[in-house]
Write a protein that binds this ligand. Sequence first.
Ligand code: ATP
Length: 507
Amino acid sequence: MSSNEDLFKKVISHSKEYGFIFPSSEIYDGLSAVYDYGQLGVELKNNIKQYWWKAMVQMHENIVGIDTAIFMHPTVWKASGHVDAFNDPLIDNKDSKKRYRADVLIEDYIQKIEDKIQKEVDKAAKRFENFDEPMFRQTNGRVLEYQTRINEINKRFVETMSANDLIGMKELIDDLGIVCPVSGSRNWTEVRQFNLMFATQMGSTTDTTDIVYLRPETAQGIFVNFLNVQKTGRMKIPFGIAQTGKAFRNEIVARQFIFRMREFEQMEMQFFVRPGDEIKWFTHWKEERIKWHYSLGNEKKYRFHDHEKLAHYANAATDIEFEFPFGFKELEGIHSRTDFDLNAHQQFSGKKIQYFDPELNESYVPYVVETSIGLDRMFLAIISNSYKEEQLEDGTVRTVMNIPSFLSPYKVAVLPLVKKDGMSEKAYEILTDLQEDFNCQYDEKDTIGRRYRRQDAIGTPFCLTVDNQTMEDNTVTIRYRDTMKQDRIHVNDIHTTIKTLLKPQKI
Ligand code: ATP
């Protein structure tokens, strides 16, 4: 097992063990690709959501937030193109009876070749001290051979995907000799289209029921409210509307824990601009969003992936990818969606959806730049990046989650050294005072060392210990999660100290 696979398994079991994430309906053996957030998970998830909301809505006077219903009029999804085109290519292996996304099988195949290239690069880097990676990629025969192969496969792949050519995709899978990871056979069915929307019925009697869909994205709730918000909020272009909420997709292959779920949460913002200004704003939002990610540290873990194949509604698109334990994968999408959605709703609803621009003295259908991030994927990025097993000088290993402090489920743990001499009462007094402003934990069970470890494992950045000296001079020990260093501070200074230490880096 590779160390990354190992890390991923540990993150999953740690999440369960400490109450971050549980499989849904676990006592009934779970439900595939559906998860519940536990007592710590919900705190972290809410903190991430708030950090996004603050950066996107509260820090911009021209962006407002809304919260629209999950059910929408079924014609919304006809207009948006989801009924006809929100499909994934599906393929079954006849021997294992396992179902796959045909495009993912091909992408995984390409990834394997990429991994081979990386191995060559790493080997060479070990051999040469002053190793120049770009130069090596340009001159090494084997790497060039692999790269040419990738380019050929990519070309065919993009062609078949763009043309929706299911037969071509099957031919590519056959030509590459891709085997089923379970049965090892090449005994595949044809490739078919599969719509990812969940449908259900609204209404109580069969003759009055209507099919409604569980929304597959939150964006459409924003588009259909464009006029409501623009008029009642007297918004002037350029302006944005943001919302967070659940989305549902009947993913063919849902795996990798909370990376790909069937019920998940999105945080989206649609920014409405003048036609012709969209690329300027697309570039602007690319920069803004990557800065937001960088403010959480670990800049090297992010990269952009510009789309070569654009969706039918977009004229520019990029993904912000994060290096998860299973490689770089999409975390957020930034799309210049043109006037596709508003135009489509105008056409399907028969209502005029336009903006009168007082500066230009003309009306037009605004263009849209969208930023769309999965809250659960962001959660996974944070926990997989913060899980560490540290070898300590005394030979023991401590498990610590270096979650950015301002996002941690608990900010402070208040711990009486022992349960006597009034220490518990004093600790409770401090706790009650801090609870108004910070999410705190109180723990008086086990040795202090064990309690510190427990707080490390759930990412609590500060522990305050009440001891004998506290009873004499009103000072406590503050212990820092990341360095394990300890200082003594006066009880009156606790509040300001914690507040200062919790401030996020300015975006
Ligand atoms: P992917 O290619 O991984 O399926 P996508 O391009 O379909 O993603 P978008 O439609 O752009 O994703 O959705 C915006 C964001 O919503 C994604 O960047 C991702 O963070 C999140 N997201 C999409 N599908 C899922 C899912 N099944 N589970 C969790 N998060 C998701």
